[in-house]
Design a binder for this molecule. Structure first.
Ligand SMILES: [Zn+2]
Length: 245
């Protein structure tokens, strides 16, 4: 089985489609100013299927901002019960559907960032029909699309690992969880941790990276061109030391 990193095309690459978005997820945890490590930071982790509309603090989870650690921790404790078990809250974590405006025409698959995957309704139906696994579509709330056009964001299951030799990690802050992470520009995957139950995923140690397997690529490419690129990623057993790049 081959695996690919899904990326947006280089800026110099001609586009097939005119679609563009100006949209954000409905809710987000604030960034944090940490009294222990003195970092001020906000991550990019998105979890669009999490619905915080019943949370009394929801209005405090709209405006992007940075809070002192105590207030961040208070808000994070309210959000925690809404997250899938085992997923810790993180500063800047975003929830709910994309909300905003869209212009132009979208191809089957598109992405603004490596961690955001948008799919048209027709393409989603095709992937479902051919049995692509791990699809968690969340309908984006977008003004400006042509009548009848619907876009979904695909929530990416957390599975697998970037290979340990592709990731350099510093010590973790015990208060806010900050750690300095450096990831190879073209990371490869740990062969002993590959997911076998889904066809798309984000690695547990690289949540801003999106990977798909050859079944996913074949299924989406059957629908014609999309403005995404698929970079084949190496797969190396965890025990092997050294870099393949
Ligand atoms: Zn800290």
């Amino acid at each position: 089985m081959r695996f690919y990193q899904l990326q947006r095309p280089a800026p110099s690459t001609p586009r097939h489609w005119s679609g563009s978005l100006s949209a954000e997820h409905v809710w987000r945890l604030p960034g944090v100013e940490c009294p222990t490590c003195h970092e001020t930071w906000s991550g990019e982790f998105t979890h669009p299927s999490v619905d915080l509309s019943s949370l009394s603090e929801r209005d405090l989870l709209v405006e992007p901002r940075v809070e002192a650690h105590a207030e961040y921790a208070r808000l994070a404790s309210h959000v925690q019960p809404f997250l899938p078990s085992g997923l810790p809250p993180e500063p800047g974590m975003r929830f709910g559907p994309l909300n905003g405006t869209a212009h132009g025409i979208f191809g089957p698959l598109s992405t603004r960032y490596g961690w955001e995957v948008l799919i048209t309704q027709e393409a989603l139906r095709h992937l479902q029909a051919v049995g692509i696994r791990g699809l968690v579509p969340v309908r984006a709330e977008l003004q400006g699309l042509d009548a009848g056009v619907v876009l979904y964001e695909l929530e990416l299951p957390l599975r697998g690992l970037l290979h340990r030799d592709a990731v350099l990690t510093g010590p973790k802050c015990p208060t806010c969880g900050w750690d300095e992470v450096r990831i190879s520009p073209e990371p490869w995957l740990e062969g002993d941790a590959l997911p076998h139950d889904v066809d798309l995923f984000r690695p547990r140690n690289g949540s801003t990276y999106t990977f798909v397997n050859e079944h996913f690529v074949e299924a989406i490419e059957a629908l014609g061109p999309s403005d995404v690129t698929f970079r084949e990623a190496g797969v190396v057993p965890a025990s092997r030391t050294g870099s393949i790049h």
